[in-house]
Write a protein that binds this ligand. Structure first.
Ligand SMILES: NC(=O)c1ccc[n+]([C@@H]2O[C@H](COP(=O)([O-])OP(=O)(O)OC[C@H]3O[C@@H](n4cnc5c(N)ncnc54)[C@H](O)[C@@H]3O)[C@@H](O)[C@H]2O)c1
Ligand SMILES: O=c1ccn([C@@H]2O[C@H](COP(=O)(O)OP(=O)(O)O[C@H]3O[C@H](CO)[C@@H](O)[C@H](O)[C@H]3O)[C@@H](O)[C@H]2O)c(=O)[nH]1
Length: 536
């Protein structure tokens, strides 16, 4: 095992040197194969300590085999063949899936990366303690969901899973370790983790680093291969700096060093929350504009284009939508709000709270638009839902706006027929039966009792979903929804046939020419919709 204090950073730096040495070594052994020569070389190896000592593999363990732990570690294993990477989880079903041909998450490019490394230097296991105790670097990538009860419920991050992982690391460790916060955590979490780890440390040196992850689902592999930046925060002590160096050396296998930013612990922890808040704020800003566009006849796509051409603003993340979803934005902003409140900054807290309020408003506005357009009632009417995942190219449904829209329509007694290319019926039924904030607690990774909602029917084809429907809602921007045969869909629907496009994927002019009544977020309204204004 390599000690962190002394030589982990150096060892990775000198890997190339060691390969040269090994080749020379083997060459000499083949030239002088006598027993005596071999003994001489062995003696040399043992006494010099360098470089053969460092040929022993560095071991990384990641606790949490989820959307972050799985892809991140697979890419580290691919890019660092001399490092042994173990990804561990308490969920037996998740680990079984990681070891099978049907990986537990859908992510373009992930299968190929896993296939290249699994069984070589990438391992998935439920033997959490063994792999943690053997590792030099332990990443912790467990859930940090919003608290559902107690102090800070509905806002604060629930650190139960993080704390239990930290206690387990302290219990099973027998050698020095770098412990890396990969999960998104409240600023100052590292201080609490240090206390847990060092309280009963048996003389072991634990260095805590913050290394937040910025990948987005659906593009995780490309984001990991080519990150805008890698952020590493650590203590400003010699030990802390050495640990930063060791982790930087891992990423430096494929990330240009000028993109690896090193900061203090608190800056790294806070930057992750700040980045998500800034990104979500852009979406709430454009969504707020979308309401004004509908009221005035402006077109939100044109406004976004014009605004985004300003190089100080930039064109990305300005797509108006039914609202942002996903496991991160809402959770992390609520967490930020709570931290501001705890630090006596109510004005700052209220500023960020508004990003969530606009997002909720956007989802409610969308449901109200549907109901008001369809003569103020959807009771007993079949509504097709196209797309349930929170964005395209993922099967993840955590905090998807589709849940709120579907629940809103179910509240008005609609009959839903749902199709998503990557989300199965069990997941959809479970999501629609779940309470707010329950979605990201590990108990929900286990199969739940099948309490299916009778008003909901899940089908495996957009045409089946839309057959005999009164209205169609597009809630995820899957590419296939752009090229559906809308004439066929129209012919098989009840009339008047409505389309409510929550992602601005359809060509409204073409659909209107077919005969549809079309509502697209932030676009000029047609006469029908003007005559039946939604109550926001
Ligand atoms: N999903 C993303 O795109 C994304 C991106 C950046 C950061 N993050 C952050 O990363 C963290 C993980 O997110 P995720 O989406 O991968 O979550 P996830 O639910 O997909 O995975 C977390 C895993 O941790 C496991 N786990 C929980 N407690 C454990 C324990 N004590 N020991 C072993 N395993 C345990 C769970 O069983 C689960 O499989 C969160 O803090 C999240 O905010 C997520
Ligand atoms: O212009 C846009 C861009 C996105 N969205 C929606 O916003 C949500 C989030 O999308 P995205 O950010 O692409 O996916 P995530 O996987 O949630 O990634 C975010 O959250 C991660 C978890 O913290 C971070 O690591 C990423 O950097 C951050 O982009 C989705 O519902 C999108 O449909 C919009 O409505 N309009």
């Amino acid at each position: 095992m390599l000690g962190i204090e002394g030589n982990l950073g150096d060892s990775i730096n000198t890997v190339q040197r060691s390969w040269v040495f090994l080749i020379l070594h083997l060459k000499f052994l083949s030239l002088f194969p006598s027993f005596f020569t071999q003994i001489l070389f062995l003696f040399f190896d043992l006494t010099t300590q360098d470089p053969l000592r460092i040929l022993k593999m560095v071991k990384i363990c990641c606790i949490g085999a989820g959307y972050v732990g799985g892809p991140t570690m697979a890419v580290i294993a691919l890019k660092c063949p001399e490092i042994e990477v173990a990804v561990v989880d308490i969920s037996v079903s998740r680990i079984t899936a990681w070891n099978s041909d049907a990986l537990p998450i859908y992510e373009p490019g992930l299968d190929e990366v896993v296939k290249k490394c699994r069984g070589k230097n990438l391992f998935f296991s439920t033997d959490v303690e063994k792999h943690v105790s053997e590792a030099d670097i332990v990443f912790v990538s467990v859930n940090t969901p919003t608290k559902t009860q107690g102090l800070g419920a509905g806002k604060a991050a629930d650190l139960t899973y993080w704390e239990s992982a930290a206690r387990m690391i302290a219990d099973v460790s027998k050698s020095n370790k770098i412990v890396v916060e990969k999960s998104t955590v409240p600023v100052k979490t590292a201080e609490a983790i240090e206390k847990i780890l060092n309280h009963n440390s048996k003389g072991i040196d634990f260095q805590i680093l913050s290394n937040p992850e910025f990948l987005a689902e659906g593009t995780a592999i490309q984001d990991l291969f080519n990150p805008d930046r890698v952020l590493i925060g650590g203590r400003e002590t010699p030990g802390g700096q050495k640990a930063i160096e060791a982790l930087r050396d891992v990423y430096a296998h494929w990330v240009p060093v000028d993109r690896i930013i090193c900061t203090n612990l608190w800056s790294a922890e806070l930057s992750k929350l700040a980045a998500n808040a800034f990104l979500a704020q852009r979406i709430s800003s454009v969504n707020a504009m979308s309401a004004l566009c509908e009221a005035t006849g402006a077109d939100v796509s044109q406004v976004s284009h014009a605004v985004g051409k300003d190089t100080r603003i930039g064109p990305k993340f300005l797509n108006s939508s039914v609202g942002f979803g996903g496991s991160c934005f809402q959770k992390d902003i609520l967490n930020l709000v709570y931290i501001c409140e705890c630090n006596g900054l109510p004005e700052v807290a209220n500023y960020w709270k508004q990003v969530i309020k606009i997002n909720d408003y956007q989802k409610t506005r969308f449901v109200n638009r549907i109901v008001s357009s369809m003569f103020n009632t959807v009771s007993g009417k079949k509504i097709a839902i196209l797309g349930f995942a929170f964005k395209k190219d993922t099967g993840d449904t955590r905090e998807t706006p589709a849940i709120d829209v579907c629940k809103g329509l179910l509240g008005d007694k609609a009959l839903l027929s749902i199709y998503d290319p990557q989300v199965n019926e069990e997941q959809i039924q479970r999501d629609l039966a779940m309470n707010k904030f329950d979605w990201d607690h590990p108990v929900h990774l286990q199969p739940m009792s099948p309490t299916s909602i009778k008003q909901v029917n899940v089908v495996w084809d957009a045409y089946a979903a839309t057959k005999d429907a009164h209205g169609v809602c597009i809630l995820t921007e899957w590419d296939e929804f752009k090229t559906l045969d809308y004439q066929r869909i129209y012919d098989n629907m009840r009339k008047p046939a409505f389309i409510f496009d929550g992602r601005n994927v359809v060509d409204e002019a073409k659909l209107r020419a077919i005969g549809f009544i079309v509502y697209s977020i932030g676009k000029p309204l047609d006469q029908w919709l003007k005559d039946m204004p939604a109550v926001a």
